[in-house]
Design a binder for this molecule. Structure first.
Ligand code: AVJ
Length: 326
């Protein structure tokens, strides 16, 4: 039986306050978690199928190859997935963990209730021995549940961790480390540093789906906050920042605009040529990532990559101590 727990805060107010915070900063930015409303989630599913967007395909290939090995290394565990989305890639893992009809508990966590429901139904139909207990909400809502679900393997795939900047990353890993009982597992998918031309193409696709994904942030502001942004004047920009090893994505305003945030009665003036960052996508180098994770008591037990070394899937194990930083 599929169960769904909702822990989401009332979203319009949260959206308005988060937008106002980013628009009050210099340079301006918008919080990337709001990219994934129903339209944004559907656009992201299309991004995953683009020829330029190698991430999803490459990770799925790696997972298919290593899933049986992972099952051997971890034994039976509850699979808890952060930002599960459509869960399509998770199928190969579920297949390995539910082989011979072994009972498996799968806990997908996502901010999109619609996508969660569809995924849960599909999985329970495909894998009769898998019990799906979906959690609708943000990551931190599932952390208190982890010890109750032990032994667990926390899944954080798709290089979603790349959305966190340096300041956000430390508290994130601290909380993960504190929530994981010693001996728990984590499976982390990360995109690796590579030729900037390959990286930039992945975020500037020929069909313009990524541009529509970025523009949807501003369209959502119009729909939910009454912002009245002229969407034709917003140009999608995605550029590799070599110093920070990240793709920076946002909208560049071609004309001066007054942006309303009606629920708060606030208005912001945006200048022509101004860029408002909607997300970052960090890329990683394996040895430094491994030593970074060790600071949080997370040991890399196994690291799998593809032939081109474009993407990596790391199996981490939480040690007896939390690490120096946790
Ligand atoms: C879901 C954060 C992994 O950074 O590649 C894809 C989001 N944005 N194209 C990424 C995204 C534009 C994606 N993550």
């Amino acid at each position: 039986m599929m169960t769904l727990t909702t822990t989401s805060r009332s979203t319009v107010r949260d959206f308005a306050e988060s937008v106002a915070l980013g628009l009050s900063d210099t340079p301006r930015w918008l919080p990337s978690r709001f990219l994934y409303d129903a339209r944004g989630s559907a656009l992201f599913e299309r991004i995953c199928q683009l020829p330029e967007y190698y991430l999803t395909r490459t990770e799925a290939d790696i997972l298919r190859r290593v899933a049986p090995r992972l099952r051997e290394l971890t034994g039976a565990v509850t699979l808890v997935e952060l930002g599960s989305g459509s869960s399509v890639k998770t199928d190969t893992l579920l297949a390995a963990y539910a082989r011979n009809g072994d009972p498996v508990r799968y806990v997908p966590v996502d901010v999109s209730a619609s996508i969660l429901r569809v995924a849960a139904e599909r999985i329970e139909e495909t894998f009769p021995s898998v019990n799906v207990a979906g959690v609708h909400g943000e990551y931190e809502h599932v952390f208190p549940l982890l010890s109750a679900y032990a032994p667990t393997m926390l899944l954080f795939l798709g290089s979603t961790v790349g959305n966190l900047n340096h300041a956000e990353s430390v508290p994130f890993w601290r909380r993960v480390s504190a929530a994981l009982p010693a001996g728990s597992w984590m499976l982390l998918g990360v995109d690796l540093v590579k030729d900037p031309a390959v990286l930039e193409a992945a975020y500037n696709d020929a069909q313009g789906v990524t541009a529509a994904f970025t523009r949807n942030f501003f369209a959502r502001m119009n729909r939910e906050l009454g912002s009245r942004i002229d969407l034709d004047a917003v140009e999608h920009v995605a550029r590799w920042n070599a110093e920070w090893q990240r793709i920076e994505i946002g909208g560049r305003f071609r004309s001066r605009q007054m942006v309303d945030v009606l629920p708060l009665g606030r208005r912001f003036e945006v200048e022509p040529g101004e860029q408002i960052m909607t997300e970052i996508s960090r890329k990683f180098v394996l040895p430094s990532l491994r030593s970074y994770l060790e600071c949080f008591g997370l040991e890399t037990v196994h690291a799998a990559t593809d032939d081109r070394r474009w993407f990596a899937v790391l199996l981490l194990r939480k040690g007896e101590t939390d690490g120096d930083l946790a």
